[in-house]
Write a protein that binds this ligand. Structure first.
Ligand SMILES: Nc1ncnc2c1ncn2[C@@H]1O[C@H](COP(=O)(O)OP(=O)(O)OP(=O)(O)O)[C@@H](O)[C@H]1O
Ligand SMILES: [Mg+2]
Length: 251
């Protein structure tokens, strides 16, 4: 049985159809990347799964439970601009989700510290968000999402605003953390290379209303190393996906 099952989800904004009859099954521990043109509905789909936007119709089931239209546990989200609370330290940002669900102070700080260390921010517990670089803020965002120990982790262009070097480092760190604490992942990106490097499966969406143009099972074994990005099969898939997106855009 799928860990996450999205069935027949539709959504319009003021008569503009964004999602029409969307279906998506993700198995437990699978890393799925969503690629698609700007405005096709990727963030909307994640927000609906997260319960932050109501769908017009359809159903979302996570771990056998109907979570349609509900916010709550089991799901963690990382946004493009880490979206930290400026009035909370790094550690308190990471602990926030546990505070909301009433975990005691000592325990939540201990857990937050574990994730802060895991993302390589030891020593920055008391730093304020404005004192952290973009990459460091994104690490806090990742630690915050892991800290609530979700079974489903959703990431919406988490590295989109970062420079290439920082992005490469964080991609590897994400895989390391994900392998240490496996989760089902939905990862939205515009980076074809990033999707091929990170994901088990890639869904390539059309322009709005999003429909799946192609589903790709990524053929590369793990652990993956940087040099697979030069593998002929990797390059061929990268070109195929790029062509597909370009053709759709001008179709
Ligand atoms: N709250 C809203 N009110 C009205 N329209 C919205 C709202 N949120 C999204 N939309 C519209 O829905 C469409 C899909 O938006 P969405 O943010 O899901 O796209 P996306 O695929 O995430 O794009 P990007 O890659 O640029 O982030 C867009 O046309 C957008 O204008
Ligand atoms: Mg988006």
């Amino acid at each position: 049985m799928a860990h996450l099952s999205v069935s027949h989800v539709s959504k319009s904004f003021g008569g503009v159809k964004v999602l029409v009859d969307q279906c998506l099954d993700v198995r437990e521990g699978e890393f799925v990347a969503l690629l698609g043109p700007s405005g096709c509905g990727k963030s909307t789909l994640l927000q609906i799964i997260n319960g932050l936007i109501p769908a017009d119709g359809g159903k979302i089931v996570l771990g056998g439970k109907d979570i349609t239209g509900k916010t709550g546990t089991g799901r963690g989200m990382v946004f493009q601009g880490a979206d930290l609370f400026p009035w909370r330290t790094a550690l308190d940002n990471i602990a926030f989700g546990l505070e909301v669900v009433g975990v005691g102070k000592a325990e939540r700080l201990e857990r937050a510290r574990h994730y802060l260390n895991l993302v390589g921010l030891r020593g920055f517990e008391d730093a304020w968000p404005h004192q952290l670089s973009g990459g460091m803020q994104q690490r806090v965002g990742i630690a915050r999402a892991f800290c609530i120990q979700p079974t489903l982790l959703m990431m919406d262009e988490p590295f989109g605003a970062l420079d290439v070097q920082t992005r490469d480092v964080l991609q590897d760190e994400l895989v390391r953390i994900w392998e240490a604490e496996p989760k089902t992942v939905l990862f939205v990106t515009h980076g074809i290379e990033e999707a091929l490097y990170l994901a088990d499966r890639i869904l390539v969406y059309s322009k709005r209303p999003a429909r799946v143009l192609r589903e790709i099972t990524v053929p590369f074994a793990r652990p993956r190393r940087e040099d697979i990005k030069l593998d002929p099969q990797f390059l061929e898939l990268r070109r195929d996906i790029s062509d597909l997106l370009r053709h759709d855009l001008y179709a």
